[in-house]
Design a protein around this ligand. Structure first.
Ligand code: PEP
Ligand code: MG
Length: 324
C-alpha cells in the first residue's frame, strides 16, 4: 500500500469521475515543509503560527516572523500558503503575556479576541506577513471569528498596515486573499453573510465540534460526545460550503476531520474544495479520492445528512465505500 501511495506524490487529486480537489498540509514551523513535499502536499492549508510565540520568554520580533513566513512561502514555490494569525489561548498559553487565569479558557480571551485588543502584537505579525507576501502565494486567515464585526475590524487593521507599508515604498503582493476559520457555530450559521465579505472559509472542525457539542476536545470523560459525524456537524459543514460557493468563494477544512477516512467521502460529496491535514495523511486521502466517484459521494452526503446519529453515519459511509 505504501508503495502504491508513493506513486501519487506528484499526481493531482481527482476523483474517479474527474472532480478536482486540493490536498494541503497543516504545518507548525518551516521545518515541516520537507514532510509536505515528500507527501505531495498541493499547498499549506494551515500554518499554525503559535509555535513562533511558544517555548520562549518574549514575543518574536517582526524580523524573526518575517524570516519564518518568507521561508515557508519560498519553500512552497508559489503554491498556496494559508497563514493563520496568532491563535493563542485555550490550551496554548504564553506565560510571558501574564494573562489572568480564566474559568473557561476555551471560551475566553484568546486568538482574534486578544489580537484585536493587544493590537501591537497583531500589527507586528501582519507587517511581517505583508513584507513576506511577495515571496509566494500568501493567504491570511483569522482564527476564532465569532461575528462579522471581528472580521471587519481585523481586515481594517490589515488594510491599514498594508497602506502604511506601501506608502513607505515596501513591496507587498497586490492580491492577498483574506479568509476566516469557521470553528464557532455562530459563524457557521451566518456563513451566507460572511461569504459576501471573506475570500475563503477554512472549517476548523477540532473546535467546531467541541463548541457545537459542548464537549471539551481534551476531556476524555466527555469524548463520547465529541462526534465528528453527528449530523449536526455535517449540516453546519454543508451550510458553510454552500454559502461559499453561492458567492463564488472556496471552502476548505483544516481540522482533523479533513483527513479522516470516514469523513473524506462525505466532504467530497459536499463539494469541499480544499482538504488540509497532517502531511502524513495526504497520500492515503489522495488514493481514497482516486477510487471514489464524486457523483456517488454527493448522493451519500445527501443521505447521511438525513440520518439521526453519528454511528448511523459511520455505517452508511462504510457501506457505500465498501461497494467501490
Ligand atoms: C481547528 O480548530 O479545527 C483547528 C484547525 O485549529 P486548532 O486545532 O489549532 O485549534
Ligand atoms: Mg481551532
Amino acid at each position: 500500500q505504501k508503495a502504491e501511495w508513493a506513486k501519487l506524490v506528484d499526481e493531482p487529486t481527482v476523483s474517479k469521475d474527474g472532480h478536482h480537489v486540493e490536498l494541503a498540509a497543516n504545518i507548525g514551523t518551516p521545518k515541516d515543509l520537507e514532510g509536505v513535499k515528500n507527501n505531495g502536499g498541493e499547498g499549506v492549508g494551515l500554518y499554525r503560527t503559535e509555535f513562533l510565540y511558544m517555548g520562549r520568554d518574549e514575543l518574536p520580533t517582526e524580523e524573526e516572523q518575517y524570516e519564518a513566513y518568507k521561508a515557508v512561502l519560498e519553500g512552497m514555490e508559489g503554491k498556496p500558503v494559508v497563514v493563520r494569525t496568532l491563535d493563542i489561548g485555550g490550551d496554548k498559553e504564553l506565560p510571558y503575556l501574564n494573562l489572568p487565569k480564566e474559568m473557561n479558557p476555551f471560551l475566553g480571551y484568546r486568538a482574534i479576541r486578544l489580537c484585536l485588543d493587544e493590537q501591537e502584537i497583531f500589527r507586528t505579525q501582519l507587517r511581517a506577513l505583508l513584507k513576506a507576501s511577495p515571496y509566494g502565494n500568501l493567504k491570511i486567515m483569522f482564527p476564532m471569528i465569532s461575528n462579522l464585526q471581528e472580521f471587519r475590524d481585523a481586515k481594517a487593521i490589515l488594510e491599514e498596515e498594508k497602506k502604511a507599508l506601501q506608502e513607505n515604498g515596501t513591496d507587498v503582493a497586490d492580491k492577498i486573499e483574506v479568509g476566516i476559520m469557521v470553528e464557532i457555530p455562530s459563524t457557521a450559521v451566518m456563513a451566507d453573510v460572511f461569504a459576501k465579505e471573506v475570500d475563503f472559509f477554512s472549517i476548523g472542525t477540532n473546535d467546531l465540534i467541541q463548541y457545537t457539542m459542548a464537549a471539551d476536545r481534551m476531556n476524555e470523560r466527555v469524548s463520547y460526545l465529541y462526534q465528528p459525524y453527528n449530523p449536526a456537524i455535517l449540516r453546519l459543514v454543508k451550510m458553510v460550503i454552500d454559502a461559499a460557493h453561492k458567492e463564488g468563494k472556496w471552502a476548505g477544512m483544516c481540522g482533523e476531520m479533513a483527513g479522516d477516512e470516514i469523513a473524506v467521502p462525505i466532504l467530497l460529496g459536499l463539494g469541499l474544495d480544499e482538504f488540509s491535514m497532517s502531511a502524513t495523511s495526504i497520500l492515503r486521502a489522495r488514493s481514497q479520492i482516486h477510487r471514489l466517484n464524486q457523483s456517488d459521494m454527493k448522493k451519500l452526503a445527501e443521505d447521511v445528512l438525513k440520518l439521526d446519529t453519528n454511528d448511523e453515519v459511520i455505517k452508511a459511509v462504510e457501506k457505500a465505500v465498501s461497494q467501490v
